[in-house]
Ligand binder design. Structure first.
Ligand code: AMP
Length: 401
C-alpha cells in the first residue's frame, strides 16, 4: 500500500512516503516555518537532500501541497502522480480516553480529536489542520489517526489517577495519559522478537530518551505505567522540560517571581531540564562534552538526568514484580553508550549487567548488549514510529477496501 505519513506541528509538517509492499520508506521531508519568515522544504530521497526556500508558505495546506509536488517531481519524486497515494496516516498527539487504538478518520473521529484540544492545546490543533488539509487536497483517500496516548490506555486506574479530588478527573479528565506510545509499542514488540519470546510472557521496560523522554513498564505487551502524565512535562528530565517536580514549586514560582501562568509554563517546558540546570545546552551531546571539560553545572545536569532514569527503572521493576529486559531507544538511548553505562551502573544488583564492548559498539543499531551473566537483558533498539503508523494505516484501511 502506498501511504503518506504526516506529522503536523504548529509551524511544520514532517512527511514520509511509504510503499509497504516494496521496501518501506521511499522519501521523506520537512516543511518548516509555515506562516512565518524563511519557510523551507527539505526533501530526502535516495540518500540525497534537496532544499527549497519559497518566498512564503502561507498555511499547512500549502505546505502539504509542496511536499506532494516534491513527491511527484520528475527529478526527485518517487510517485507517478498523487492518485497513487492510497491512504494517509497521521500522528496525532492526544486521543484522551476516547482512543485506545488507531482510528479511521471520519467526522466523529475529528470531533473526538477536537474535544481533546484542552488536553493538548499546542499539538492537537495542528494535527487537525493537517487532517483537514489532506481532506481538501486528497479528497476521498482514507485517513488514519495514530495516537501517541493510545498505547498507554491499558494502565489501571491506580496507575493513572492523581491523588487530587476525584471531581478533577470526572470534570476535567485530569489523569496520567502518557505519550510516545507508538515508540514504546514498537520497541517493546521488537524486543520480544529479538528475545525470541512471545510478548505476552515478557515484562519489558522501555526507555525513550530523546529530546523529549519517557519510560514505560510494558507487562505482557500492555503498558502498565509510564513516566509522562497529564502532559509530556512529567517524569524524566528532558532537554528543556523539568520532569517530576513538587507541584508546590509551580505556585511558589508564580508568587515569588510574578511570572504569569503562561510564562511559568514556558519556564518549565522550554527553560528547564538539561538546559535549565546546565545553562549550557538542551542537547545531551553538548552536556557530555561540557561535563568532560570540567563544567560543573553540565556535570550536575548529566547526573540528575542519569539518576532519574535509573530511579524509574528501579520503580518499574517493582511495579511489574520483575523485568526481563530494559530497552534503550531514541536519540540519546540509541546513540550514547556512556549514558547507558552510567544509568545501569547502580542497577547491577537487579541483575542488569552490560558487556562494555557490545555497549560501545551499539550506536544507532539494534543490539543485545547484556553480559553473559545478566539476569535482565539490556537491548538497544532504534525506534521506528513511522513503521507503526504505516502498519496501522494499512491494517485499518485494508479492512475497508
Ligand atoms: P531525538 O529527540 O530522539 O532526536 O534525540 C535527541 C537527543 O539525543 C539530543 O539530546 C541529542 O544530544 C541526543 N543524542 C543524539 N546522538 C547522541 C550521541 N551520540 N550521544 C549522546 N547523545 C546523543
Amino acid at each position: 500500500m502506498i501511504i503518506l505519513i504526516l506529522n503536523s506541528g504548529s509551524s511544520s509538517v514532517k512527511y514520509q512516503l511509504w510503499d509497504t509492499e516494496n521496501g518501506g520508506m521511499k522519501a521523506k521531508g520537512l516543511v518548516s516555518r509555515i506562516g512565518i519568515d524563511g519557510p523551507m522544504l527539505e526533501h530526502y530521497v535516495g540518500g540525497k537532500k534537496y532544499k527549497f526556500t519559497p518566498n512564503e508558505i502561507i498555511d499547512h495546506k500549502k505546505g502539504i501541497e509542496l511536499a506532494l509536488n516534491a513527491l511527484v517531481d520528475s527529478e526527485y519524486g518517487v510517485l507517478e502522480n498523487i492518485d497513487s497515494i492510497e491512504a494517509v496516516g497521521h500522528r496525532v498527539v492526544h486521543g484522551g480516553e476516547a482512543f485506545a487504538k488507531s482510528a479511521l478518520i471520519d467526522d466523529e473521529v475529528i470531533k473526538a480529536i477536537r474535544e481533546c484540544i484542552p488536553l493538548a492545546p499546542l499539538h492537537n490543533p495542528p494535527n487537525l489542520i493537517g487532517i483537514e488539509a489532506c481532506k481538501e487536497i486528497l479528497k476521498n483517500i482514507p485517513q488514519v489517526a495514530v495516537f501517541d496516548t493510545a498505547f498507554h490506555q491499558t494502565m489501571e486506574p491506580y496507575a493513572y489517577i492523581y491523588a487530587i479530588p476525584y471531581e478533577m478527573y470526572e470534570k476535567y479528565r485530569i489523569r496520567r495519559y502518557g505519550f510516545h506510545g507508538t515508540s514504546h509499542y514498537y520497541v517493546a514488540n521488537r524486543a520480544a522478537e529479538m528475545l525470541g519470546q512471545p510478548i505476552e510472557k515478557l515484562k519489558i521496560i522501555t526507555a525513550h530518551l530523546g529530546n523529549g523522554a519517557s519510560i514505560a513498564a510494558v507487562d505482557g505487551g500492555k503498558s502498565v505505567d509510564t513516566s509522562m502524565g497529564f502532559t509530556p512535562l512529567e517524569g524524566l528530565v528532558m532537554g528543556t522540560r523539568c520532569g517530576d517536580i513538587d507541584p508546590a514549586v509551580v505556585l511558589f514560582i508564580i508568587k515569588q517571581t510574578e511570572l504569569s501562568p503562561q510564562e511559568t509554563d514556558n519556564l518549565l517546558n522550554k527553560k528547564s531540564g538539561l538546559r535549565g540546570i546546565s545553562g549550557v545546552s538542551s542537547d545531551f551531546r553538548d552536556i557530555l562534552e561540557a561535563a568532560a571539560s570540567g563544567n560543573e553545572r553540565a556535570k550536575l545536569a548529566r547526573d540528575v538526568y542519569v539518576y532519574r532514569i535509573g530511579k524509574y527503572i528501579g520503580a518499574y521493576i517493582a511495579a511489574m514484580g520483575g523485568a526481563d529486559a530494559v530497552v534503550f531507544t531514541a536519540g540519546a538511548g540509541e546513540n550514547s553508550p556512556i549514558l547507558r553505562k552510567m544509568v545501569l551502573e547502580k542497577l547491577n544488583f537487579f541483575g542488569l549487567e552490560i558487556d562494555d564492548e557490545k555497549n560501545e559498539a551499539a550506536v544507532g543499531v539494534e543490539a543485545d548488549i547484556s553480559s553473559e551473566s545478566a539476569k535482565i537483558k539490556t537491548l538497544v533498539i532504534p525506534t521506528n514510529e513511522e513503521l507503526v503508523i504505516a502498519q496501522e494505516t494499512e491494517r485499518i484501511v485494508g479492512k475497508i477496501l
